[in-house]
Design a protein. Structure first.
Length: 196
């Protein structure tokens, strides 16, 4: 309960900063320091030191990368800069190549349309519910996904986003582990200015 109370002792702008693209660059040690902060003055001091330690181009470069992520990687109501796919671009910079593909993941098939249509005919007609049920069971409707594949020297990662909600993740464990290593390295390295 005390941790809960301490967390809400900070002003909302500091909670928002902790989830911002700038905060993606926190190292594990800095993240531990941040979680120990209990008042606004300490939070403000931490952010000032954090930003100053990243160099003169840090704020503008992160803003540029976040704007690119929002422009090209927003899916559904999830802004690109608030997604894993955006975090890739923000932390690692522009990829050497990127591709996007759309796909529909069909549900499990547990019956045929004909079975449901015939059942409707035998009991007085086909209802809209019967047709919807038949379509769903035949996987004529399904969840839509977008696969974002980012290539960097010596590394490729695919982030899958739900096309409706924008929620995303990585299904390949090896890619996820390698990406985390690269995130950790990027957080502790100087930021490289994006060339336009």
């Amino acid at each position: 309960m005390l941790l809960f109370a301490l967390f809400f002792a900070l002003a909302p702008k500091y909670h928002q900063w902790a989830a911002s693209p700038q905060a993606y660059f926190m190292t594990n040690a800095e993240r531990a320091q941040w979680t120990a902060i209990t008042d606004d003055a300490a939070a403000e001091e931490f952010i000032k030191k954090f930003v100053a330690s990243r160099g003169p181009d840090f704020v503008s470069e992160v803003a540029t990368r976040a704007a690119i992520a929002d422009k090209y990687l927003t899916v559904g109501k999830t802004p690109g800069s608030k997604s894993l796919r955006g975090k890739v671009i923000i932390l690692l910079g522009p990829p050497t190549s990127m591709s996007v593909s759309n796909r529909v993941e069909k549900g499990e098939h547990s019956g045929t349309s004909a079975m449901y249509m015939n059942a409707g005919l035998n009991d007085g007609g086909i209802s809209v519910g019967d047709m919807a049920d038949a379509a769903q069971r035949d996987a004529l409707t399904g969840k839509s996904f977008r696969d974002f594949t980012f290539s960097y020297p010596g590394f490729t990662v695919t982030v899958t986003a739900n096309a409706d909600s924008g929620a995303d993740g990585i299904t390949d464990r090896a890619q996820a582990a390698e990406l985390q290593k690269r995130f950790d390295a990027a957080a502790s390295a100087p930021i490289v200015k994006t060339t336009k």
